[in-house]
Ligand binder design. Structure first.
Ligand code: ME8
Length: 540
């Protein structure tokens, strides 16, 4: 099949269904959504995937604890919580995968068969440490190092029968069972070579260094099956075993683009969409995405994704210890997104988390900071610019926008501010450095607010000889608003559509953003609308 635009395939992690999504889960999903919207605006054929991770012991336990007959019934009951929240948050995903779907089961089985056929898995027995809440295996050495670090930091030694998990500090269990193993140990050098040849594979840079030093420390074969419970994808060649939930989950990225399916359409989809351009993940699952997943793909003979972008955590202060800790479902400290939506509304919610949480680092939840950013950037700057400008346009030009001047408004500080703004913004957006991208837009908005003060259109309006100058000033301001609304669109899609509607422009977002950001696009001479304030000021 012919594809007229290049593919951009972007994914979020598929979330566990053991509890409802929270602010942290939503953070990652909005992060990916902003990128998906930006790439669509740049003319890419985007596939944006999110979904639910439904297998594994944790989910089976949650089903039982909540009195459901089967894990499947529990997962089905959780689907609306995810889908509804994504809809509320204006997540523009094109697909929603569930690991219990037949397309995924077929895909996992095909992948396991490929690993067997290519000689990368074998049957053995596993005797080691397992963290049930994280569904992760740890080696003796990892466990010992963690215990040494804890004791050195002054903490009391853990029960030797249940040492603590290096990732989440909860007690580990000793597990002994027959298992299938993946020959991960054979991939140490191939992975190191790959990281070197693809310096942008893991971003940001600090995370890359972390992964490289982990891999240099040596890799052990990985247990990839469980036989003590059956809530998982059965091995196609050994039905006593189900796939380890993490191997099952990672393969979802392939299942959604046709890997397990037969026929021309599936083959075309796989060829067009794979490899993915980016997997967006939190730092808790970096090893799965940057070590195990690439090794599995190499073993299966498939190309590797172009990039894994690793973001930090939203944290909450633990009242007892005073320390910041990761917001998580299993720790019970999660904040529901609805609480923030009630305060800020959806558009400002998206803007706040995307613009204010520094690129790739942890961030504490601060209600005070949310109010501050809302009032400064949105109420006083962006909302105020739109409202003042439309008001003046209506008042001085009979409810219309002024017609585009032949000299495109002449030289002006706002035109200067918009010069090259797309390139600066796009570079930051590509790097998922949304704070920098948003500040580029805020810079043109602020320049426009200053320009109003400096040109004082209300004074020009009193002098009939200044009519041409007044028209240029207002047209310049509307032109900045037009450009800013396109640049803000990935962050605040509804507000941008509303601004374009008030300016009598097509409310649909641009599909050629570079061009749309060129100075001079606003034809003008159209009826405009002032409307309600976009961001009413928040008071304490
Ligand atoms: O790990 N701050 O699912 P999960 C920011 N099913 N992001 C957070 C966060 C926080 N406090 N808490 C969670 C799983 N996240 C697996 C994934 S993928 C093949 C399988 C986000 O429900 C963050 O992106 O525990 C993290 O990586 C993800 O949710 C983990 O979600």
């Amino acid at each position: 099949m012919e594809h007229s635009k290049p593919s951009y395939y972007i994914t979020t992690p598929i979330y566990y269904v053991n509890a409802k999504p929270h602010l942290g889960t939503a953070y990652c999903t909005v992060l990916a959504d902003v990128q998906a919207r930006f790439q669509r605006a740049c003319g890419k054929d985007v596939k944006f995937l999110t979904g639910m991770d439904e297998h594994g012991e944790k989910v089976a336990e949650a089903a039982e604890k909540n009195g459901f007959d089967s894990p499947q019934a529990w997962c089905d009951s959780m689907e609306p919580a995810f889908r509804d929240l994504w809809e509320t948050l204006e997540i523009s995903n094109d697909d929603f995968i569930r690991t219990t779907q037949p397309r995924h089961i077929a895909s996992v089985q095909k992948f396991l068969q490929a690993l067997l056929d290519r000689g990368y898995i074998y049957k053995g027995s596993y005797d080691g440490w397992y963290c049930r809440p994280e569904e992760t295996y740890f080696t003796e050495t990892q466990v010992r190092h963690h215990e040494e670090d804890r004791v050195a930091a002054g903490e009391s030694p853990a029960d030797p029968a249940h040492p603590l998990c290096p990732d989440c500090d909860r007690p580990l269990e000793r597990i002994e069972e027959e298992s299938w193993f993946f020959k991960l140990s054979e991939f140490q050098q191939p992975l190191l070579d790959f990281y070197e040849a693809h310096p942008d594979f893991i971003q940001p840079e600090t995370r890359k260094n972390e992964v490289i030093s982990f891999v240099k420390g040596g890799l052990k074969d990985l247990s990839i099956s469980r036989s003590t419970f059956d809530w998982g994808v059965p091995f196609p060649f050994d039905d006593k075993h189900v796939a380890y939930v993490w191997v099952d989950a990672l393969i979802n990225y392939l299942s959604a683009v046709g890997y397990g399916a037969e026929g021309d359409e599936a083959a075309d989809s796989l060829a067009f969409r794979w490899p993915a351009q980016v997997h967006v993940v939190g730092k808790d699952i970096i090893r799965f995405h940057c070590v195990i997943w690439p090794a599995l793909l190499m073993a299966a003979g498939l190309p590797l994704p172009e990039r894994v972008f690793v973001h930090g955590f939203l944290t909450v202060r633990n009242e007892e210890t005073g320390k910041a800790e990761k917001m998580s479902k299993s720790r019970g400290n999660a904040i529901a997104p609805e609480e923030v939506i009630d305060l800020l509304g959806v558009e400002a919610y998206r803007y706040y988390f995307m613009s204010d949480v520094a690129h790739g680092t942890d961030a504490p939840i601060s209600w005070g900071r949310m109010r501050q950013v809302y009032n400064a950037d949105l109420a006083n700057s962006w909302g105020n610019l739109v409202s003042r400008t439309l008001n003046m346009s209506m008042k001085y030009f009979d409810g219309c926008s002024p017609v585009r001047p032949a000299d495109l408004g002449g030289a002006s500080p706002v035109r200067d501010a918009c010069e090259g703004v797309f390139d600066r913004y796009a570079q930051a957006m590509e790097a998922m450095d949304y704070g920098t991208a948003a500040s580029e837009v805020l810079a043109i908005v602020s320049a426009a607010n200053h320009y109003i003060e400096d040109t004082a259109p209300w004074a020009l309006a009193k002098d009939s000889e200044k009519a041409g100058e007044l028209a240029s000033v207002i047209w310049n301001l509307l032109e900045v608003i037009r450009i800013a609304s396109d640049l803000y669109d990935p962050f605040m899609p509804k507000i941008s559509a509303e601004v374009r509607r008030r300016l009598a422009l097509d409310p649909e977002p641009s599909r050629d953003l570079r061009n749309a950001c060129e100075w001079g696009g606003l034809v003008g001479g159209q009826p405009v609308e002032k409307g309600e304030p976009l961001f009413p000021r928040l008071v304490d």
